[in-house]
Design a protein around this ligand. Sequence first.
Ligand code: PGA
Length: 251
Amino acid sequence: MTKIIVANWKMNPKSLKEARVIFKETYTLARGIKNAKIVVCPPFPYLFLSGNFKSKNVFLGAQNVAKDGEGSYTGEVSSNMLKNMSVNYVIVGHSERRFLGENDNIINKKIFNLLKNKITPILCVGENKRDHDGFYLSFVKEQLKNCLNEIPKAQIKNIIIAYEPVWAIGKGAVREATKEEFLEMKIFIKKVISDIYDANTAHSVSILYGGSVNPLNAESFVKGGEADGLLVGRDSLNSKKFGDILNVATQ
Ligand code: PGA
């Protein structure tokens, strides 16, 4: 099955020149990869660079979008503008944006706007910490219910969900997640979607894993954890590591 590998560059790299190099390297890597859709999500000022490259399996993504369709919103970028830049995917609900004040209600509005423009939302969910009483499950369930509120059933297959446990993300990660922890959550997310909609709808959704994905653990999430793909932060900026991740995750 085709895996979806998302490269989340976050607020990197520092210069246009470096961004051009990473784009080029990513497109070169993609040439050797079968069975994968690679979604590159650079910061807004670098989106245009993708126009210099061509590939059947690399797609352009953004890291944010306005919750409103159009109007006087200083500093915002609308889904329509992104569509015009050939953006086909947008990450929404990332924990780093939630820390900046983005809540489920705002994320829900962003998803509506993206779907209207036929852009695939990559909805990130994930608990801040693990507990022994299963509260992390109800936390993720709430996020899903709120973020998908009133999204029509027929649209759910056009949304990708990324499970990103906050405690496993970035340099400050407490520890890496395990494939068992991912698999449990994948099954749980499907159950929640099945309860809101139905089993077929739950079956149609791709569920990715994200949080400290690296060349050593990538395979375990995809094979043992049955992830439909990966959301890669730091290691998507390093072509050697990203190439290794692509290789092991798509074999
Ligand atoms: P990381 O980031 O791979 O650097 O942990 C993942 C993410 O936050 O999307």
